[in-house]
Design a protein around this ligand. Structure first.
Ligand SMILES: Nc1ncnc2c1ncn2[C@@H]1O[C@H](COP(=O)(O)OP(=O)(O)O)[C@@H](O)[C@H]1O
Ligand SMILES: [Mg+2]
Length: 267
């Protein structure tokens, strides 16, 4: 199943398939009391159908800001984001964001926390919302935990609820901001193994993922392409296409060649 899922979608497809998202000459500055702070400077890259793209850069570089601009939550100072041919100027249905902290409501069950994502969708009946939420929880391996409260779930399970919430929205592009950074190393390792197959498989509506991270091994393990950012003001110092089959052997020579390549760009 895992093999099958990755054969269809997971292989690097640079150049061969449709571009879903384009970031074009994006800059972002904020006016502080006495001066202008440049956060992002002339950032361009694209995301093709089927691609898992990671954005890596040092802490404080502007990665979360970049992701919020792609989500349509923040307007850039200059430059553009396009979803297919449509400029993204506000949040749209086809792009959804999973936030750095899981943002689960402690007084709602796992199922209700997923349903919240569909709350304002007037095209769906209450029953359809419930069905979509249940399907998303099943997809992340949480059937049986529908009625559990966040306080009763482990960190990894909370993260899966957050993934289910994003899946329930059925976006084409999923944005993830440091999805593993709040987890203990063992749980993070385990979830990293699973997350690719949760989000990119023939049954999933999600076509492409953009993940922000500051962990080099993590991005080599998961990505088809890594976009490397400089310290603030962030600009693209390089792009690395990862041509490794999945699942990836983190101990292989080829894996470490990529780790070295990304580290060299970061330093
Ligand atoms: N609206 C804002 N006002 C002031 N500073 C901001 C604003 N937006 C972003 N920044 C600054 O931009 C920098 C990058 O932030 P962020 O995108 O969170 O970086 P990262 O996610 O890479 O750690 C930070 O130094 C932050 O203080
Ligand atoms: Mg951040």
């Amino acid at each position: 199943m895992y093999e099958e899922a990755t054969q269809g979608n997971g292989q690097p497809q640079e150049g061969s398939s449709e571009v879903l998202l384009t970031v074009k000459s994006l800059s972002y500055s904020v006016q502080l009391e006495r001066r202008v702070l440049d956060v992002l400077k002339d950032i361009s890259f694209s995301v093709s159908d089927g691609q898992f793209v990671s954005i890596i850069g040092p802490s404080g570089a502007g990665k979360s800001t970049l992701l919020r601009i792609i989500a349509g939550l923040v307007r850039p100072t200059s430059g553009h984001v396009y979803y297919r041919d449509q400029e993204v100027t506000h949040p749209i249905k086809n792009i959804s964001m999973m936030f750095q902290n899981y943002a689960l409501l402690p007084w709602k069950t796992a199922l209700e926390n997923v349903e919240i994502a569909l709350y304002s969708n007037e095209e769906l009946s209450a029953r359809e919302k419930r069905e979509k939420a249940l399907k998303a929880l099943t997809a992340v391996g949480l059937s049986g935990f529908e009625n559990a409260y966040p306080g009763e779930l482990s960190g990894g399970m909370k993260q899966r609820v957050a993934i289910a919430r994003a899946l329930a929205l059925e976006p084409e592009i999923l944005l993830m901001d440091e999805p593993f950074s709040a987890l203990d190393p063992l749980t993070a390792d385990h979830l990293r193994n699973e997350v690719y197959s949760y989000v990119i498989n023939p049954q999933s509506p999600i076509r492409s993922v953009i993940m922000v991270s500051h962990n080099v091994e993590e991005v080599i393990e998961l990505s088809d392409k890594v976009v490397v950012l400089s310290p603030r003001p962030a600009h693209v110092v390089g792009e690395v296409n990862i041509l490794l089959n999945r699942p990836r052997d983190k101990k292989s020579f080829e894996f470490y060649t990529y780790v070295d390549q990304v580290f060299a760009l970061l330093t």
